[in-house]
Ligand binder design. Structure first.
Ligand SMILES: [Zn+2]
Length: 101
């Protein structure tokens, strides 16, 4: 289990699903990579963190990430948030419309 998450590594599958691996500190300040979508965890001893995360996302989930583009992941998450908010608003309107019978 991760306690202090410091980084996120994301990769996107062909259908647009975003997968994420968190990087941070586990028990006794061990540095760990942990997948948010399965039980995969790996202790990091020396370097290659980003590659190990992306390797896992590619092999286990078929998602491809770009190791050099961190800002892109944030922008993508922002788009996802906007979509989620739009969806919520339309859901509320739909609920409001159908509950007025
Ligand atoms: Zn995984």
């Amino acid at each position: 289990m991760l306690r202090g998450v410091t980084h996120h590594i994301t990769a996107t599958r062909e259908d647009g699903t975003v997968f994420e691996v968190s990087y941070g500190y586990g028990a006794r300040q061990r540095r760990l990579l942990a997948c948010l979508h399965c039980d995969w965890e790996e202790q990091i001893t020396y370097g290659g963190t980003r590659h190990k995360g992306l390797d896992h996302l590619a092999q286990a989930h078929g998602a491809v990430g770009n190791p050099t583009m961190t800002a892109d992941a944030r922008a993508r998450r922002q788009v996802l948030w906007t979509m989620a908010i739009c969806f919520l608003i339309s859901a509320v309107i739909l609920w409001w419309a159908t509950s007025r019978t």
